[in-house]
Design a protein around this ligand. Structure first.
Ligand code: 25A
Ligand code: L14
Length: 339
């Protein structure tokens, strides 16, 4: 029989943590023991894994004794404090927060793009899971880059509220209900009403006028694709969608590609589903992408404004491929090759 692993999920009661548990089950990860961790607020809660009710434990310094793989999604502060504790206890951490992503000693991994980078986990015992918008974009950029060299990317995102966590999904639902009933909607999670609106603001503003989310798309793309020469400019927008981030991407390549070339390249690439038949009104949408693991690509066309330009539209489930699925895929690479 193949080896079984002791797995911890830290932040198990959150939007991503919950999905991590489901991904472990659906992908039949070889789990020997599953330990669920969260804050005091979740004390007494139980979550279901393979039909079994597992109690949630309060995270502390002793939580990771005997654990082989720890999946973290409890916010940056918790990862900053507890990922080293877990690593010290002998676990390999796969961290979904932004806390460790740009640390040169921590690999930043998307299994379809740079699976070999996992080997670098031995330095700190931590592997970082990239930002959701970045993950789905690099899955599509990598095969095009290999074929024709990408020089520049201009991207606009349309990001679902689930990216902010469970509390933001509840806020959107409450605001829609209030509007429907003629009451004043209440905004607590976002600075302004998100229902019937959109906000060109994700994460905090930086001195250069970009948001931190936009700069993550620049820096993380270059790190994952191991090429600092790829120029990226991003505008990240929150939209009143529950699950599924969408992105309008404009590319400039070194070598000229036709729309047909791009379709051919992407049809053979891992993790991608072409949804591109405009004659029959077929294109990817968040409702289509939600609940599954592929990045859907459509609207592929040659940019009429430049020589070597391609435009396309891509959508993936931000909680699954953008977070939980990617983390579990990294755990699968660890189990197959390293642990
Ligand atoms: O701003 P930060 O700190 O970086 O955090 C950002 C938040 O974004 C989510 C996640 O929220 C995170 O807390 N997140 C992070 N990365 C994400 C990504 N890539 C992402 N979301 C989408 N994509 P979340 O609500 O989805 O999940 C939070 C989980 O982390 C646990 N947790 C938080 N602090 C912890 C901790 N665990 C251990 N130690 C800590 N210090 C958290 O558990 C949850 O599992 P919990 O027990 O705190 O919350 C259980 C439920 O309680 C409700 N709730 C949340 N906040 C409050 C609250 N109730 C009362 N008061 C609150 N302030 C929620 O319903 C939650 O489900
Ligand atoms: O860097 O949509 O993983 O607010 C977590 C919050 C990504 C954006 C990260 C959101 C972010 C997400």
């Amino acid at each position: 029989m193949s080896k079984l692993y002791k797995v911890a999920v830290c932040g198990a009661t959150g939007a991503v943590g919950n999905q991590m548990i489901q991904c472990l089950e659906q992908r039949d990860f070889p789990v020997g023991e599953l330990r669920l961790l969260a804050s005091e607020r979740s004390k007494g809660k139980k979550l279901t894994y393979k039909g079994e009710q597992i109690p949630v434990q309060v995270l502390d310094n002793g939580s990771f004794q005997g654990i082989d793989i720890a999946l973290f999604s409890a916010g940056g502060g918790t990862s900053q404090d507890f990922a080293p504790v877990a690593a010290e206890s002998g676990a390999v951490v796969v961290d979904n927060s932004s806390a460790w992503r740009m640390d040169p000693e921590v690999p930043l991994v998307v299994p379809e793009v740079n699976p070999g980078a996992v080997a670098g986990y031995t330095t700190k015992g931590i592997i970082a899971n990239p930002n959701c918008s970045t993950i789905q974009m690099v899955v599509v950029l990598e095969p095009i880059h290999r074929a024709a060299g990408i020089e520049r990317v201009v991207v606009s995102t349309y990001q679902a509220v689930s990216g902010t966590g469970q509390k933001a999904i509840v806020e959107l639902e409450n605001q829609l209900k209030a509007l429907h009933e003629g009451r004043e909607p209440e905004a607590k999670v976002y600075p302004q009403q998100i229902a019937w609106n959109l906000l060109p603001h994700i994460d905090v503003f930086k001195d250069n006028g970009y948001t931190k989310e936009e700069m993550k798309m620049v820096l993380e793309t270059q790190k994952i694709m191991a090429d600092d020469s790829i120029q990226v400019s991003a505008t990240c927008v929150r939209v009143p969608v529950r699950y599924g981030h969408s992105e309008a991407v404009n590319l400039q390549t070194r070598d000229k590609l036709s729309a047909g070339d791009v379709r051919e390249i992407l049809s053979k690439a891992p993790g991608i589903k072409l949804v591109d038949d405009p004659a029959n009104l077929v294109y990817p949408t968040p409702l289509m992408a939600a609940g599954q693991d592929l990045t859907m690509v459509g609207r592929i066309r040659e940019d009429i404004s430049q020589e070597r330009g391609i435009d396309l539209f891509l959508v993936a489930d931000n909680i699954r491929k953008g977070a939980a699925t990617n983390a579990v895929q990294i755990a699968e690479l660890l189990a197959e090759k390293y642990l």
